[in-house]
Structure formats: C-alpha cells, structure tokens
Design a protein around this ligand. Structure first.
Ligand code: ZN
Ligand code: MN
Length: 463
C-alpha cells in the first residue's frame, strides 16, 4: 500500500486593505467594525481587486518556482453558509494566478498544482450555549489557496513541507502565517490505495497535521485489510479524542456552479511587472543557509538553526557587524540565547546586537570567563540590566594578581596527587582537569589561561 498525501493550504495575506473593498485588513479587534456593503455582500455592490494582494501572490508564486500566469480570471464559487454573506466566494477556478512549482525538503521535492487568489469568509465563533456568532471583520481578507500534488509520502514529510512553506512565506513578508490565529490553515487528502481517499479537515496546528494524517493512514489500512472499501468522504480531526470522524460523504458534496465573476475584469499582468516583483524577492531561507555556510564557515546544522527564522538570521548578522567572529557568535546565539526563547522571539529578549557582541568578545579576550558570561546573560534578561554594565562590574572583580590564583593552584595540586602523578608520567591531558578545579575554587573569577600557566609553572617545580 502506497500512501499519498496532498495538501491544500490557505494563507491570509497581510495587506493594508481587504481583497475587494477598502476595509482594513487587521486581526482581532471589536467584531464587525471593519465592514462595508462590498464585504457584506449587499445588492448592487462592485468589487475592485486589491493590487497589493495580487503583487504579494505573484511574489509567493515566484518564490515557490511556479509559473506566473499573465492572464487569469476570478470565478464565483456558489454555496450557502452563514459565514459567506454574498452566497458565493470570489476565487479562481480553471485559471490560477500561478501554476506548478515546488518546495525542496530533505527527501526531495513537493510539487505544487496551483496557487489561487480568493477571499476569506467571516469568522464563526461557537459559544458554550450552542450559539454561533459571526465576525465579519475577517470576511474579504485576501487569501492564497496553495494546492500540492498528492506526492507527499508520510506525515513527517507533510510537516517538513509545511514548515518550509511557512518559512518561505514569512521570509517574503507577505503573511505572518500564525496558525493559532488561523492565518495559515491546512486541509489534506489521504489515500493508501488506488481506490478511495478521504479528505481531512480541521488540522489547526502542525501537531494536528501529523497526528491526524498518522491516524487516517492507519484507519484506511485497517479498512482495506478487513476487505472493505474506503469511502470518499470528508473527515474531521478531533484533537481531543485523537481520531477522525465523518463530516460528509461524497454523495452529499456540493455542486458549486462555478462561473466567471461578471463584476471583475480578467487579471492581466505585464511581463515588466512580473520582472519587477522578481527583483524584490529577498534572499530565501535555503539561499541564506548556503551563504552562511560559505561565507561564515558555519556547519550545516548551525546554519540551519540560524536561518530557521528571518528574525534570528538578521539578528545574528547584526551581532557580527559589531564583532566579526561567526563561529563564537553562532555558538552563543544557538546554545545560550535560544535556551531562553524561540527563534522568532530572540529580539524580544531585549538585548541589543552590540551588547551580545561585547559579551562574546569579552569572553574570548578572557576578560570574563564563559560561565560568568552566561550569568551575565541570565541577569541581563531577567533583571533588564544592560550587559555592558554587568561586564564592567565583573571585570573589576576578576582576580588579576598571581598570588590568589597561586594559592588556589597549590591547594588543587595538594588535593590531587594522583592526577599530578599522571601528568608527570606524560598524560598531559589532565591539565584541563586541574585548570577546571582551580577555576572552581576561584568561583570562575580568573582567566583560565593565566591559571593554566601558573599550574604548569608549579608542576615543573614539582617534577
Ligand atoms: Zn469591506
Ligand atoms: Mn479555498
């Protein structure tokens, strides 16, 4: 049995205004305050397309290696539902703004069928009393519908593809892709045999995508093993019960009576415009990663982490402007900074790039030890004290004079005669241990290089 998964992703574009009217495109706020006759579907209205949204759609198409259609049309998709005041959704059917395309993941490529521009529906809010409330602020927000071919072979691949897709769209700056806010929504179709497949809806997080697909594949395999047939149906993932259940079977599926939108002219794009948008595409994550590896001699793994979010990658390069030591800066960012926050929130820690640079530099120049550096970082984050101030304080308290260090060295040597003997017999590697013990005694307030020198001096005397 061969598993085939196809995904359909809806992405809300971040634009000034909605897709076909001048209402503001914002998230949240007082319900039903950003509405007008156009997005409320009142009779006699005339939609007019949002050029900013069209350009952003083209941008996504180019970044996903799709063919941009210079000519496409808007279509009415007719169905009745409370969140759709017009009784139809303006979408694209038959011709799309972009066709084909691919996204590279570790195991190969995921191929796209098409990208459509369409409009968002209102947001339904289900209350505890069983009421359904509608917020039309969301109605008419520009939406991209990205459809893949059924070429994804496992839930792992699906999640990897979605992460990469989301990352590319975020890099382009055309959507926040916040799944919790419904800005990036995933539907899927799954089949494990030639006959029969199911659509899977309500996958509201990457975890839901993974678990939902895993469950559905297992369910379909069991049905086939029992000698039964997979019905064509739409199923909902229940996050709490961890199962999928039938929403509707094929027979009930709606006929959308698509026809070209009579109130909108065809969407025509000039080659010049497409070329212009092409030039505006920023460096994309996989390109950035390659550059980091080549330019900064980072290893693939570290580069991958650093480019995981554009914010983090930019932050990293900003720190380098103040201290050009990619290896150590990357190590501090990855092992220390990311211990405190998610990659997309690094700037929210409130640490300026120049201060981080100073911290790494001070450690490298042995003005403070790495452990004290870590302490400083921790204090700066929790107590909001600038790193520079903390470094100054620490520098003062660093033990500079040989005498205090020498007495600590003496103690360590006396306490570890067996280690000293190993050293004398030629096991030079134990020096690190002796340095570590001495640093511990000095509570890290010494320069390890200086400590090392003094230990060597002392050992030479002993032998
Ligand atoms: Zn409106
Ligand atoms: Mn759609």
């Amino acid at each position: 049995m061969e598993t085939k998964i196809g995904l359909e992703i809806h992405v809300e574009l971040s634009t000034e205004t909605k897709m076909f009217c001048p209402c503001k495109n914002e998230y949240g706020g007082e319900p039903n305050t950003r509405i007008c006759p156009v997005c409320m579907g009142e009779p006699g209205i005339l939609p007019s397309p949002n050029f900013e949204a069209v350009k952003k759609a083209v941008k996504v198409g180019i970044a996903l290696n799709s063919k941009i259609n210079r000519f496409s049309i808007f279509t009415r998709k007719n169905y009745f539902y409370p969140d759709l005041p017009k009784g139809y959704q303006i979408t694209q059917y038959g011709t799309s703004i972009a066709e084909g395309g691919s996204v590279n993941i570790k195991s190969g490529s995921v191929y796209l069928e098409r990208i459509n521009i369409e409009e968002e529906t209102a947001k339904s809010i289900y209350t505890e009393n069983g009421e359904v409330l509608l917020d039309f602020n969301r109605c008419g927000i520009p939406l991209l519908e990205i459809v893949t071919l059924p070429c994804i072979k496992s839930p792992e691949e699906a999640v990897e593809f979605l992460k990469e897709l989301r990352r590319i769209i975020r890099y382009l700056g055309v959507s926040e892709c916040d799944m919790e806010k419904g800005m990036f929504r995933v539907d899927s179709n799954v089949s494990v045999s030639k006959e029969g497949r199911a659509e899977l809806k309500n996958l509201n997080s990457l975890k839901a995508v993974y678990e939902g697909l895993l469950y559905e594949i297992k369910r379909q395999k069991e049905v086939i093993e029992k000698g039964e047939k997979i019905r064509r149906e739409t199923r909902l993932w229940d996050e709490f019960k961890k199962e999928t259940r039938v929403m509707r079977v094929k027979e009930e599926e709606l006929d959308y009576r698509y026809f070209p939108e009579p109130d909108l002219p065809p969407l025509e794009l000039s080659t010049e415009l497409i070329e212009k948008i092409k030039k505006e595409i920023p460096e994309l994550p996989y390109q950035k990663k390659q550059r980091f590896v080549k330019l900064y001699f980072l290893d693939e793994k570290d580069a991958e982490i650093l480019v995981s979010e554009k914010e983090l990658a930019d932050y990293f390069e900003e720190i380098l402007k103040f201290y050009k030591n990619p290896e150590d800066v990357s190590s501090w960012v990855i092992t220390e900074l990311l211990a405190y926050t998610e990659p997309e929130n690094t700037r929210k820690l409130g640490l300026s790039a120049s201060e981080i640079a100073q911290l790494v530099k001070s450690v490298n120049e042995n003005k403070i030890t790495r452990n004290i550096g870590k302490e400083i970082l921790k204090r700066s984050i929790s107590e909001k004290i600038p790193i520079s101030e903390l470094i100054k304080k620490e520098e003062k308290s660093i033990i500079k004079g040989d005498d205090i260090i020498e007495s600590a060295v003496k103690e360590v040597i006396e306490e570890n005669p067996d280690v000293v003997e190993k050293y004398i017999k030629g096991k030079k590697g134990v020096l690190g241990f002796l340095i570590g013990q001495t640093m511990k005694k000095l509570k890290g307030r010494a320069d390890p290089k200086q400590v090392g020198k003094l230990i060597l001096k002392k050992l030479e005397k002993n032998s």
